[in-house]
Design a protein around this ligand. Sequence first.
Ligand SMILES: [Zn+2]
Length: 150
Amino acid sequence: MVNWISELQPTEWPEGVIENMDPKILTAAVDLRTESGVAMTPSPIFEGHVRKIGNSRHSINNGKRLSDATDFFVKSDVSSIYKVIQAIHRIHEITGWGIYFDTKPSVMFHIDCRPNILNWIRVSKEYIYAVNDPSMYYAELSKQLENLRR
Ligand SMILES: [Zn+2]
């Protein structure tokens, strides 16, 4: 169902998550890897992909739905982050996405297939949603990218 590529394999996700995930988000992840040309490392944490309960797109609601969200790390450099952002815009299945500047070992992206578009950044555990405050969103994104150049 998913056309895996050598640069991104299902074995890179934690054991037991793939079968709880919508093939749509996995296909989107493969497309993003191809389109961006940037190495993506799926989070080693189970909950970075599948959660039993909750309102997150990661939630499987006790098995009543599939997760349509996945988290992955990219190299913390401006060029890689920029390429991933540009590629996200070309993959229409990705409707929700967030960039986490406060994660280890590097910058993390969340992508999902929610019904409506939503995007955000997270800085020092604080979420900044583009729709709520576009000016602050772009200013903070700019600041974070600037920080990575140091
Ligand atoms: Zn996530």
